[in-house]
Design a protein around this ligand. Structure first.
Ligand code: CTP
Ligand code: CA
Length: 224
């Protein structure tokens, strides 16, 4: 059975999307972040809205913008804030697409005052962040779909397959940084889709909007 009764519209479906980086504070003026711009996640949001879906977007710090009557945007900074927003909203959704670049670790404690420079070497002790997608994968019901991303520099398909399984996903979008024009900051992306049946499909380098539509077309045909 397909997740969508009508194959050409997502009308009546609510989809949770995560996008952008997370910022993990070190002290009141500094943070640990990453190069994610949020472009891929926002392109997915636009495509979902165009197909008639209602979207709950949980966005990390980003310049991207989208306005629509069917969009609810929740701005967060940290992985923990993303997790609490995602767990609050996922049960009311048909599914989720997790495109955010979540920091895997955060500083173990946040200094109350600006840290002064002192010795030549400085260490910041870090603690593991919750895995938002894996947590939601554990809460997912049979009727809900879950799409994740995997950003890899090597052994992309193998690592992607491990993530699909470990996080209880239906579909994973594999991004290899080995591919020219793919990844951070680009307006284009080159992806491979891997579904829960272990089927891989490679796509050409395309604009992030075309990639978003490729992902949604695939998802709408995917049968349980
Ligand atoms: N993800 C998440 N919460 C985290 C880390 C990752 O929700 N704390 C999600 C991302 O949004 C993405 C997927 O998990 O959809 C895979 O992220 P990625 O960084 O590629 O994988 P990790 O499981 O973090 O493994 P690693 O970074 O070690 O490759
Ligand atoms: Ca990671």
């Amino acid at each position: 059975e397909s997740f969508f009764r009508n194959s050409n519209a997502m009308l009546g479906h609510k989809v949770l999307v995560t996008a952008g980086p997370t910022y993990e504070a070190i002290d009141p003026v500094r943070f640990i972040g990453n190069h994610s711009t949020g472009k891929m996640g926002f392109a997915l949001v636009e495509s979902l809205l165009e197909r008639g879906a209602e979207v709950i977007l949980i966005a990390g710090p980003t310049q991207c913008e989208v306005h629509h009557k069917n969009l609810t945007r929740i701005d967060i900074k940290t992985a923990e804030e993303m997790l609490s927003a995602a767990t609050k909203h996922f049960s009311n959704c048909t599914g989720g697409i997790f495109a955010a670049a979540v920091s895997d670790y955060r500083p173990k404690s946040i200094a109350e005052q600006k840290i002064k420079k002192s010795s030549d070497i400085m260490n910041i002790e870090m603690i593991k962040n919750p895995d938002v997608l894996k947590t939601i994968g554990g809460l997912k019901t049979d009727k809900q779909f879950l799409v994740g991303f995997a950003l890899e520099t090597n052994n992309a398909i193998e690592y992607g397959a491990e993530k699909l399984k470990k996080k209880n996903l239906d579909l994973i979008v594999i991004n290899s940084l080995e591919d020219e024009g793919a990844g951070f900051g680009h307006d284009t992306n080159k992806i491979t889709l891997l579904d829960f049946n272990n089927k891989t499909t490679k796509f050409e380098l395309s604009s992030k909007k075309v990639v978003a539509n490729n992902i949604l077309d695939y998802l709408m045909k995917l049968k349980k």
